[in-house]
Design a protein around this ligand. Sequence first.
Ligand code: AMP
Ligand code: GLY
Length: 424
Amino acid sequence: MKVLLVGGGGREHALGWKIAQSPILSKLFVAPGNPGLNQIGEKVDIKPENISAICDFAVGHNIDLVVVGPEAPLALGLADCLADKNIACFGASKAAARLEASKAFTKEICEAASAPTASYRKVKSLSEAKDYLETLSPPYVIKADGLAAGKGVVIANSRIDAEQAAADMLNGQFGEASATLVIEEFMQGEEVSFFAFSDGERLLPLVAVQDHKRAFDGDKGPNTGGMGAYSPAPIFTDTVLRKTMDEIIKPVIHLMRERGTPYRGVLYAGLMIHNDQPRLVEFNARFGDPECQVLMRLLEGDLLPVLAAAANGDLSGHTLAWRNEACANVVLAAKGYPADYEKGSEIKGIDGANGVENVVVFHAGTKQVGAQLVANGGRVLNVTATGKNLQDAVSFAYHGVNKIDWPQGFHRRDIAWRALSSAE
Ligand code: AMP
Ligand code: GLY
């Protein structure tokens, strides 16, 4: 099978690493990949957002399956463009990817499917926003409706800050993406990321992963794309799994199909768990990053036939097997991230880290400049490790991190602290 993988972050390196182990793979192309991923698959110099060029490449190279990592090409209609050319795509159509691209759409779907989530109001003016805020108590949750590169959510502790955030967004802070807002009730609880493959009708649940969104130890500091992740997540009990599938994932997938916009690909549900009850925070139409890296390390067997089956609309007969182990992923980021940071500093020691028992390093924001590997983004490396339990996985991962020589980077030292402290 000839596969084209779209994207170039840590998530895609992990996907490529897994796909490359498939006995049915004949050729892997990556558009555009990164220095780690490009050791596994052949680099195609096309940006993920350039969907017509990706489609043309797929046609020209007789690609059997396109696997899409990030959300932007899905929201732009890459899956639709490929469908027109009869090329299978693991990734949602533009209409189905609205589950990520529009928070107001997701809320309407949840309402129609009776899926538990925070109560909300969709607003288009500051006076509507103020009226609804009046009915809520702090903290207040203000969201841009559309895609805002992960920056479109403000949790404000005071009404003044909430109104200011709403005013800024409505005044065009995120352009069209914040012309409409979703204001919602603040949900208490603990967050997990849950994933399920869907062929439009049938579902194959994956496992839950917890990530660490704040930049610094103790879950302090600014929100980031994710500074680390681990699985299993002790809070995701069998009861929570059953409720998540029965009350959220199945009804939503069913409704999307009924509406003529079947959801194919991986559905990522960000959940808030409180007293064994999951409620939806958000959907994403892709794998999480850094969660995907953990999933790929724990998944046993061949992933490629499952991705192809989801893309081709028939998951029946497919199952997933998981290693009976834990996995941790520690993100190494450039100092200053998620605000301003420098690019271009040299990174050494990746081979040493990869030499540590159970460790696999995935590249995220790196670049090869001659013989040097340099930092080229905010989140730069992912050091993943498996272990017989979470404690072991975490110690192997930090053992790997310690082999990396990159003074301009930083990382959290407490990945999985919540799960480890609850196990004591
Ligand atoms: P989202 O992009 O919708 O996932 O929001 C980003 C982050 O904001 C989430 O991961 C949560 O930590 C937080 N968040 C969003 N909505 C809520 C809510 N209704 N209650 C509590 N926290 C929320
Ligand atoms: N880890 C959060 C995300 O991928 O959106």
